[in-house]
Design a binder for this molecule. Structure first.
Ligand SMILES: [Zn+2]
Length: 306
């Protein structure tokens, strides 16, 4: 029997633990875990203990059912030191700095624990789930923010400081909308779900979720289609920049908002064509992901072997 590994995906309000065999999740459990609130309400040392306690209890529950597990991989919402494996900093989990969560859990459980940035882990899972592995792949995940990951030679590429592919903060509109990172005009202010809502609100005065705006786009609503076209233009521009640096075989677009692909992709392809370097024009395979939401768990589980 192929070996079993645990893959952990940490979301905004819950933590999912999957038992992974090869590229399949054979068992999955969800645990409530609002790490962001914990970090906002407690001093860093106490928040860390709480995060460890919740993670440990979730892992132990999974291991009770599957005692043959031989390693654990985790996607974590923060910058991970590529050498030490520490969480250097986490924008959504204030106070956590240079903490060795993977190391602590490994000592407590007695198994190897690997940790990597959650967007990079999702990218790795998406890569593993493709029917044919490309030589290199850029992943862009569209959700409440825009995350990304680069996979080269079948390995996730974290960069020297664990910050590679912070694609959401590429500036695609100089002096544009103020971003949470402190700069103006970052991609995610236009191409993430709240950005689409903002574009729609600016045009109509109405506050709707990106999903509701997609429904209006499906009915041919012009302000809705415009909001998605703006997201597509910004994505096309960002992908043209990325292609000039990385020259990837495949660019895969995933995340919750990728369901609106048919509304933003025409503008994306137009902008990408316009901004591409001629030698690369129309050569990069840009496509939408059709994998389930288990890519993060599968990518995490496969960190253990890398
Ligand atoms: Zn930003």
């Amino acid at each position: 029997m192929a070996k079993l590994t645990l893959g952990v995906d940490i979301g905004g309000t819950n933590l999912r633990v999957g038992v992974v065999q090869d590229k399949k999740v054979i068992h999955e459990q969800r645990f409530p875990a609002d790490f962001s609130s914990i970090c906002k309400q407690h001093a860093p040392a106490i928040a860390l203990q709480e995060i460890l306690r919740i993670s440990l209890s979730a892992l132990q529950q999974a291991m009770k059912q599957y005692p043959d597990v031989n390693g654990i991989g985790m996607g974590f919402p923060g910058f991970i030191d590529p050498v030490a494996g520490h969480v250097v900093q986490s924008p959504n989990l204030p106070g956590l700095r240079h903490v060795d969560i993977a190391g602590e859990l490994s000592r407590l459980i007695g198994l190897p624990v690997a940790m990597e940035n959650d967007a990079l882990v999702a990218a790795f899972g998406e890569f593993l789930l493709l029917p044919q592995a490309p030589r290199s792949m850029v992943y862009i995940g569209l959700g409440t923010g825009v995350g990304g990951g680069f996979i080269h030679a079948a390995k996730p590429y974290p960069g020297d400081h664990g910050i590679a592919m912070e694609v959401g903060h590429l500036i695609t509109e100089p002096k544009g909308r103020l971003c949470g990172c402190g700069n103006h005009g970052c991609l995610e202010q236009y191409a993430a779900a709240p950005g689409v809502s903002q574009s729609y609100h600016q045009a109509t005065g109405e506050s709707l979720s990106a999903q509701d705006i997609a429904e209006r786009a499906a009915q041919g609503g012009s302000a809705a289609l415009d909001a998605y076209a703006l997201a597509g233009r910004h994505l096309g521009l960002a992908i043209a920049h990325l292609a000039k640096i990385l020259d990837p075989e495949v660019v895969l677009i995933g995340g919750g908002m990728s369901q609106a692909w048919s509304y933003f992709s025409p503008a994306l392809f137009r902008q990408l064509h316009e901004d591409s370097i001629p030698v690369l024009r129309d050569k990069i395979d840009v496509r939408v992901s059709n994998s389930s939401d288990q890519a993060g768990i599968i990518g995490a589980a496969h960190l253990v072997n890398h």
